[in-house]
Design a protein around this ligand. Sequence first.
Ligand code: PLP
Length: 408
Amino acid sequence: MPKVSVTPQLTYARINKNKEGICLEVYLDHSATTPVDPEVVEAMAPYWSLHFGNPSSPHRLGVEAESVLTQCRRFIAQTMQVNPNEIVFTSGGTESNNLAILGYARAQYKPGRIITTSIEHPSVLNPISYLRANLGWQATKLPVNSHGKIDPADLAGAISPDTSLVSIMLVNNEIGSIQDLAAISEIIAAANRKRRQKIVFHVDACQAFGTVPIDLAGLQIDLLSISSHKIFGPKGIGLLYVKTGIHLQPLLFGGGQEGGLRSGTENLPAIVGLAKAVQLAMTGFPHRAPALAELRSRLVTRLMQIPGTFCNSPPDGAPHIVSIRYEGVKAEVLVHFLEQKGVYLSMGAACSSRKNKASHVLQAIGLSPDQASSTVRIGLSPKLSPEQIDYACDIIEASVREVRDIYG
Ligand SMILES: Cc1ncc(COP(=O)(O)O)c(C=O)c1O
């Protein structure tokens, strides 16, 4: 990480305690996005107007910017135990997923088959739909069980001679299910030992990075997507890990930045912010998961005491995502009741919440459209206190009762 000197005293914009120590606002939508950590804001500060050079410029300002870019890339690569030239900075998880899937498909001389799951993020499912509809690709969507997990045997059974890409998320963004990457990667590796054309394995780790361990060195992962704003970094920046030897075609053509894979002047302040967010996530990693697990257990125990409550998330899911269903309560109504009282959570994925369509993830785990529409998603952060969780639970309990009284 480059050293920075500017230190404006920055705090979170959202105040969640008043003078008496009473919570006024509790943000429980960390799977949608996280506030930028003050240390990240501080690290980014000098790169807006002071060290603003273009890393491609030949003069001193450009050379300095290039050096910062190189340091960030090296630092992130070291943290992920990969080579710096395997990191491609993108505008976020959506672009990383698109680059992985479309970039891989475009690099093939003929269309093949992509295997994915029924619960992927739209930034994986939609590029695959595009390839199917327009470029002759075939796709297999693996089903999941009621815990949102695929059966690795289904993957083994789905691999056919024309399979060339497998794209499976590590942590689901709506229910927090964690796929068994070790088993999945072993199946792909075993298939690869018997064939000439390698099956490439892409993992969408946007909801996993920083909370659920990812063994890039030990598993046979070829492509991996990460988004900065899920880990207290700025929005509009992310990365795609591209293993050496995996050939992608760029989606953007221009000046040839990022090894030719992502043209466009690098967003240096955001890249510095991402590097700092990665540093904070990784140094805090050993404490994050147990802290989150405690908060989650406190939350779920309390919420399950409300009559007619069901937890859609698996007990062995990621510790920061809880999907909860209240019988007879329209989630949309509940979300707005809660918002009035300063508790922020969402119906499901932020990108589909406003589309009024039953979630494909909740339907895939066996919920009816009606049950799906009674579901809210809570996204936890290790920065939340037990008191904030208790306060939010009180508000949720009262609001569920109110909604049932009015609309029940
Ligand atoms: C699993 C998953 N993949 C990809 C994305 C897209 O990331 P971004 O918002 O950085 O484009 C998200 C964001 O919600 C996500 O949860």
